[in-house]
Every structure is written in structure tokens, then in C-alpha cells.
Design a protein around this ligand. Structure first.
Ligand code: FDA
Length: 366
């Protein structure tokens, strides 16, 4: 008999499992996929660690979380500095002095500020009604047209003037020549990939892959005193109130016979016509010098039941639905719900680790 059945070998499940085994508990970890790691899974292809479920850059401001994750791996000095390709024109992201210089020729922060203000004034939007108006009211028409519109429409599969404005609450604008995407104090990529971290976390657990909880629920429930569930909360309750919606993605990997394909780990394609939103060149996460390269094109797509759920759509309908499922979850005595699917929430890695450690504290008191 196990103390815990942990459904999902992603970051939440792995952190919980690690902490539970450290406290002498017996854990069985299952995953319906053929590998551990959930969405942070990396796989070695031609000596390159490939982020199989999209680019994963670890960043946090929290020293405790940084120290926590560093016990499982050494991190390199990778800094995320993505670039945007708009019909062959290259711009730096996030919007900063390099972007403004390329766009308008301005050199000083003062001139850039003036230009943005001028653009906002020309647009004359005081009460934005949709995403398009919201974005224009925040940064003006030029940035919107070249760097926001096409990318956002591809991401969400709808015209920007039909998208709700809450998707863009703010657009970070920086008046320095700093291309570092994140503002956090700590950032990097684990040398050797993320899968090695999860392996270490799960070292003392029994693991069963290709095992879907819902295919064998009754039997599995009998194997442990408690369940830690990191799958979809609506599926756990047999969709009794309805289905929570997501956006999905397709990842198209290619191995190329060139040493360096695009000169950067992440290049966003911000026009509407290119069907993918970005190309990832994985070797650049670890400053690789291999003879070949692996690239991944990321295609956003509609989600339907059975597809991989990537981004929760936190609109009013879904949030209300989630609230009802959460009410049921709160009444469970022997099930702990955690992670992005059970909490129906977009978490970055540092946030999911923090949330798992919080559950550990609630469960074990220390
Ligand atoms: P995760 O999905 O990883 O794990 C859940 C596991 O449960 C999965 O392995 C699944 O197969 C399994 N499961 C589900 N149902 C099951 C069932 N019925 N039976 C058995 N197993 C089941 N974060 C960040 O900090 N920096 C970044 O750069 C990025 N980049 C990024 C890109 C993209 C495209 C996405 C979608 C996400 C990111 N993230 C990110 C976020 C990061 O991926 C996220 O924080 C963690 O993967 C969340 O870990 P979880 O354990 O919550 O879920």
C-alpha cells in the first residue's frame, strides 16, 4: 500500500513526490505519457536537449525557489532575449530602446517617450472596447501593427478586434537598451536539460508510465491512502458541469544540417501570414556548438476534448465553471489537487514549484 498515488509526473507531482519520500512516505507516480517531466520534458536529439513542449526558461525573483531548484541541477547563464521577425524586419523584444530605434530612428529615452505619447494621442482611444483598442491605447499604432496584431491573432485564432481586452492588461515598455525579456533576479537553463531534474526528484518513487488514471481509476485508488491529482479537474469530476476550455499548440520539429539556423533561441513571427508564432532553436539555450541543429515551429490551434491542453482560457464562463469544480474539490478529504490542469491556471515553473511546496507544508506541517 502506498501513502500517495501521484497522478502526473510533471513539476507539481515531482516536487510533491520528492518532499513526501524525503519524509519517509511511499509514493507511486503515474503518468499517461510515455515519459516523466510533463511539459518541462526535454529529450536529447543529436546531442541537443530539445524542449519537447515549447521553450522553457527558468526565471524567478524568489531566492528560496531558486535555491530549491538549484539542488537538482546547475543552471547556465542563459538570458531570454527573443527577437521578432516582421516580414523580414528584425526587432528586439520586449519593447525597448533597440525596438524604438529600429522602428522610428529615435536615440534617446526622452525622444522614444515623446513618440509613444504622440502615437497614443493620435489613436485617441480613451475607453478601449476590445484587445485591438486596448493595445493601441497602451503603445500606439506602429508597435501594434508590426509586433502585436498578427502574433495575437494567430495565438488566439480570432481577429484582435473581436478578442476581449482583458487578455492584454499591460504591455511592458522599457526605456533602456536592455533586451532581457524577464525582470527577475534569477534566470537560466539547467545544464543537461529539465528531465534530469525530474529524474532526481522521483528517485525514490515507483513510477508507472503510459498509465491513465481514468482508465483504471478504481484499481489505482485502492493502491494508496491519498491521491495527489495534477490532471484536469473537470475530467476528475466526469465533466458534470461542463468542459473547461483551452488553447492548444502543435510542435513541428526539424533536424537541420546546419550549425546555426537563426542565431537566437527564440524568434517570434509577428505577421499574420506566417502560420507559426515562433521558431525555437534549442541548441542556443545551452550555447551548443554541435554540427547539426534542431528547430521547432510552434503552431497555435483550437483545442477540443482529447487534444493537449496548453493555455487555459480564463474568461468568465470558464472561471465560473472552475469555481464550481473547485467547490467539490474543497470537500475531498483524501485528494490534493495541484498544478496547472487541476488549478486551471497558467503557472510558470517557479510558480508551480512554490504551489507544490505550499501543498507539502499544508500536508506535512513542515
Ligand atoms: P504538467 O502538465 O507539466 O504535468 C501534468 C502531468 O499530468 C502531465 O505529464 C500529464 O501527462 C499528466 N496527466 C494528466 N492527466 C493524467 C491522467 N489522467 N493520468 C495520468 N497522468 C495524467 N514556464 C516557465 O517558467 N518558463 C517558460 O519559459 C515556460 N514556457 C512554457 C511554454 C509553453 C508552450 C507552455 C505551455 C508552458 C510553459 N511554461 C513555462 C509553464 C510550464 O510548462 C508549467 O509551469 C509546468 O509544466 C507545470 O507543471 P504541472 O506539473 O502543473 O503540469
Amino acid at each position: 500500500m502506498y501513502d500517495y498515488l501521484i497522478v502526473g509526473a510533471g513539476l507539481f507531482g515531482a516536487v510533491f513526490a520528492h518532499e513526501a519520500t524525503k519524509r519517509g512516505k511511499k509514493c507511486l507516480v503515474i503518468d499517461k505519457r510515455s515519459h516523466i517531466g510533463g511539459n518541462v520534458y526535454t529529450e536529447k536529439i543529436d546531442e541537443i536537449n530539445v524542449h519537447k513542449y515549447g521553450a522553457h526558461i527558468f526565471h524567478t525573483n524568489d531566492k528560496k525557489i531558486w535555491d530549491y531548484v538549484n539542488q537538482f541541477a546547475e543552471f547556465n547563464r542563459f538570458t531570454n532575449a527573443p527577437i521578432a521577425n516582421y516580414k523580414g524586419e528584425i526587432y528586439n523584444l520586449p519593447f525597448n530602446m533597440n525596438t524604438f530605434n529600429k522602428l522610428w530612428g529615435v536615440i534617446t529615452p526622452e525622444d522614444a517617450k515623446k513618440k509613444i505619447e504622440e502615437q497614443k494621442k493620435t489613436a485617441g482611444i480613451t475607453e478601449p472596447k476590445n484587445l485591438e483598442e486596448q493595445a493601441i491605447s497602451l503603445v500606439g499604432i506602429d508597435l501594434y501593427k508590426k509586433l502585436i496584431k498578427g502574433y495575437t491573432e494567430k495565438q488566439w485564432g480570432r481577429p484582435a478586434n473581436e478578442l476581449p481586452k482583458f487578455i492584454i492588461k499591460r504591455l511592458p515598455v522599457r526605456y533602456t537598451y536592455d533586451n532581457n525579456y524577464f525582470n527577475d533576479k534569477y534566470q537560466g537553463i539547467p545544464i543537461g536539460g529539465y528531465t534530469a531534474i525530474i529524474e532526481k526528484m522521483l528517485k525514490k518513487c515507483d513510477i508507472r508510465l503510459n498509465t491513465d488514471f481514468f482508465q483504471n481509476r478504481d484499481e489505482l485508488e485502492k493502491e494508496a491512502n491519498k491521491i495527489v491529482f495534477t490532471g484536469m479537474i473537470d475530467e476528475f469530476y466526469k465533466y458534470r458541469f461542463g468542459v473547461l476550455e483551452y488553447r492548444s499548440l502543435n510542435f513541428d520539429n526539424e533536424i537541420l544540417d546546419v550549425e546555426n539556423y537563426q542565431g537566437n533561441a527564440v524568434v517570434n513571427y509577428t505577421d499574420r501570414e506566417t502560420p507559426y508564432t515562433r521558431i525555437i532553436e534549442h541548441k542556443h539555450f545551452e550555447f551548443g556548438k554541435q554540427e547539426k541543429t534542431v528547430i521547432t515551429k510552434e503552431y497555435p490551434k483550437e483545442w477540443k476534448k482529447g487534444d493537449e491542453p496548453y493555455y487555459p482560457i480564463n474568461n468568465e464562463r470558464n472561471n465560473e465553471l472552475y469555481r464550481r469544480y473547485k467547490e467539490l474539490a474543497n470537500k475531498e478529504e483524501n485528494v490534493i489537487f495541484g498544478g496547472r490542469l487541476a488549478n486551471y491556471k497558467y503557472y510558470d515553473m517557479h510558480q508551480v514549484i512554490a504551489s507544490a511546496l505550499k501543498s507539502v507544508k499544508e500536508e506535512f506541517g513542515v
